[in-house]
Design a protein around this ligand. Structure first.
Ligand code: KG4
Ligand code: ZN
Length: 344
């Protein structure tokens, strides 16, 4: 069985073709990074226009790569949310149109669930349930409980900035390009993570929730120097930027690791799955393994399945269709926010 997956929730136009054994026949991505870099973040109107320009050439590219034609496709899956409304609509409507014209089933997939599903797609080893899902992306920081495969229950989330967003904002303050996460990680290679004292926030009465806006503010004031206020300019010597980046990265990940293991204990999970662009970070992977005293299986997505891609959308769409006999009607709406409705 072959599934064509379409992802267009933010600034990546992606089309993939995946079979029922999770073999990825094509995983084509057009990243709009270069376009949005100049603005320091994603401009929604430009993003949706670029999706429109790129989606059909990308479809041709994916079919060619997989060496199949449209008539070989058995199922069409597309991201239904969360994401930017204009961007989501392009992918969703292309998917619905293809499903209608080809007379094939259509299924809408939650982007966040797909990020976590990506961790299981290429894995041969066994992992037990319940499992903890740790989703760290540019727009979300979620802990999810998975009682079984492809079942997701939100445990906790950030009350302000998402972790990837905090990395991106810290990078802008250091004059680094967008997206900031990979640049910060590179800079930290020469940094001393104990030079400055930085800490992520806690949320009153919600020990598993996240808060990164205070960390971002302490980062800014450390960069400005002692006794600074909101009008002060940056005075920290450039030679200390790597140390500051290393302290920021450590503070953010210490917090994620601490809260993940708290949740793992509370829900007595048997394994931990990861998803989202931030989980590409090698330092995070190493620190998580070091803190894994109970030897939980840790399932990291392959590095090219961490960032936004359509293979994860096709993979989860196939899973729901084959094992839950699911398909959606063609009037399915796009959803900008994560909500109960957005979960299967
Ligand atoms: O999951 P993703 O591709 O998009 C969303 O769905 O949001 O994640 C993008 C985010 C960006 O904020 C980017 O800075 C961050 O992932 N990121 C990283 C790294 N690579 C990407 N953050 C920290 N370290 C990295 N190596
Ligand atoms: Zn994403």
């Amino acid at each position: 069985m072959l599934c064509l997956g379409i992802e267009s929730s933010c600034d990546e136009t992606a089309i993939a073709i995946v079979d029922e054994h999770n073999e990825i026949l094509a995983n084509c991505i057009f990243s709009q990074l270069k376009t949005h870099e100049a603005y320091g973040g994603v401009v929604p109107e430009i993003a949706s226009r670029q999706h429109l320009d790129r989606i059909f050439p990308l479809l041709q590219e994916a079919l060619k790569k997989a060496n199949i034609s449209l008539s070989d496709i058995d199922l069409i899956a597309a991201t239904k949310g969360p994401g930017l409304m204009g961007s989501l609509l392009i992918g969703l409507n292309v998917a619905k149109t293809l499903a209608y014209c080809l007379n094939k089933p259509f299924i809408g997939v939650n982007h966040l669930e797909a990020h976590l599903h990506a961790a299981t797609m290429l894995k041969k080893e066994d992992f037990g349930f319940p499992a903890l899902g740790v989703l760290l992306s540019g727009g979300h920081t979620h802990l999810m409980l998975m009682q079984k495969k492809a079942s997701f229950e939100l445990i906790s989330h950030t009350v302000d900035d998402a972790i990837g967003e905090a990395f991106d904002k810290a990078a802008v303050l250091l004059g680094l390009p967008y997206p900031g996460g990979p640049c910060i990680e590179r800079l930290t290679k020469n940094g001393d993570p104990s030079r400055f004292s930085l800490k992520a926030g806690t949320v009153k009465n919600k020990p598993l929730h996240f808060s990164f806006s205070g960390l971002k503010t302490s980062f800014l004031y450390t960069l400005k120097g002692p006794k600074s206020d909101k009008h002060s300019l940056i005075t920290l010597d450039k030679s200390l930027h790597a140390d500051l980046a290393a302290c920021f990265q450590k503070a953010a990940f210490d917090d994620v690791i601490k809260k993940s293991f708290l949740a793992a204990k509370k829900y007595a999970v048997k394994s931990i799955l990861f998803g989202g662009g931030v989980t590409q970070n090698q330092y995070l992977r190493e620190q998580f393994s070091l803190a894994n005293k109970d030897n939980h299986p840790l399932l990291w997505p392959d590095k090219d399945l961490c960032l936004d891609n359509a293979a994860m959308i096709a993979g989860l769409g196939l899973y729901y269709h084959i094992y839950h006999n699911k398909q959606d009607s063609l009037d399915l709406e796009a959803l900008t926010h994560f909500s109960k409705e957005a979960c299967h």
